[in-house]
Design a protein around this ligand. Sequence first.
Ligand SMILES: C[S@@+](CC[C@H](N)C(=O)[O-])C[C@H]1O[C@@H](n2cnc3c(N)ncnc32)[C@H](O)[C@@H]1O
Length: 356
Amino acid sequence: MAFSSSNGSEESEMYHAQIHLYKHVYNFVSAMALKSVMELGIADIIHNNGKPITLSELASSLKLHPSKISVLHRFLRLLTHNGFFAKTKVQEEEAYVLTPPSKLLITTKPTCLAPIVKGALHSSSLDMWHSSKKWFTEDKGLTLYETATNESFWAFLNGNHDSLIMFQEAMAADSHMFKLALKECKHVFENLESLVDVGGGIGGVTKLINEAFPHMKCIVFDQPQVVANCSGNENLSFVGGDMFKSIPSADAVLLKWVLHDWNDELSLKILKNCKEAISHKGKKGKVIIIDIAIDEESDDPELTELKLDYDLVMLTMFNGKERGKKEWENLIYEAGFSNYKITPICGFKSLIEVYP
Ligand SMILES: C[S@@+](CC[C@H](N)C(=O)[O-])C[C@H]1O[C@@H](n2cnc3c(N)ncnc32)[C@H](O)[C@@H]1O
């Protein structure tokens, strides 16, 4: 937003500044309205309707009390303004259709990102922000999450089955986008006989790789409690363990959305264990990292804002970080690798191939 006013007056500049500040303060309203619409299942209703839906039809599908019809209209007005719905006419009456972002909330589609909305806007992710002043003024080496709750986010997940499932479902949902990206980066996985997906959760990405390359031996490696109830097939197995201790050997190690959870010291430890895992039988494999690469110079401001938002989420929850290209390079070389290549994928992530 530009702050210089048309007539250059101090008042006009103040008004612009006020709008800027208010807009950022009330950013949460759009996010929470989106969550409400997700919880009501509105994307599914519009999708199943098969044609544009009027407000009264939508209210009747939702079995809303008549007093809530105008409430729904106002939620939809904001979210239409924000690009989540579009308006058209059905027999002179206003009707709503889905747009590409709200199509990502259709729960019957594999590309559904509703679990991300649910997890990111869950009170366990949001409440900690009220302790940020305390966190800033203390020096206990804790994350914001630990300052607010007295336990790490990982400990919370491990002690709370429903939240662990919610987190893993969010991760798996995010991984489906990878199916589209896999078409573009198929060559990265070709000719690999084996792959271990470290911190692979419940196997969202590995299942897609297994479908695309059924002859590749794939291992999903994660904490024992995460993979305990997962089952695979002849070439897809789930192994519990600790990536800070050792990682099963394979031609390639995949690390999707893992290193951003950890600071440089711990990421180095993981990368060194990955190097060990791909150096078996004298063969030289590679490590495939899928994570964010911040690039403020080349990315448009909206994309940079998303990446910087993610950086604060990683910082506050895990003491992790999103890295710029130079930071990735430093980490990769410090872990003893000799070469790497960064390719943007999935809109806002990057695929980083790392060679010993
Ligand atoms: C952000 S999630 C990414 C999941 C998956 N790669 C994806 O993109 O869907 C990070 C994963 O690292 C796993 N993890 C955390 N600590 C670990 C450890 N010490 N050893 C193995 N996995 C670990 C978590 O259980 C979680 O599944």
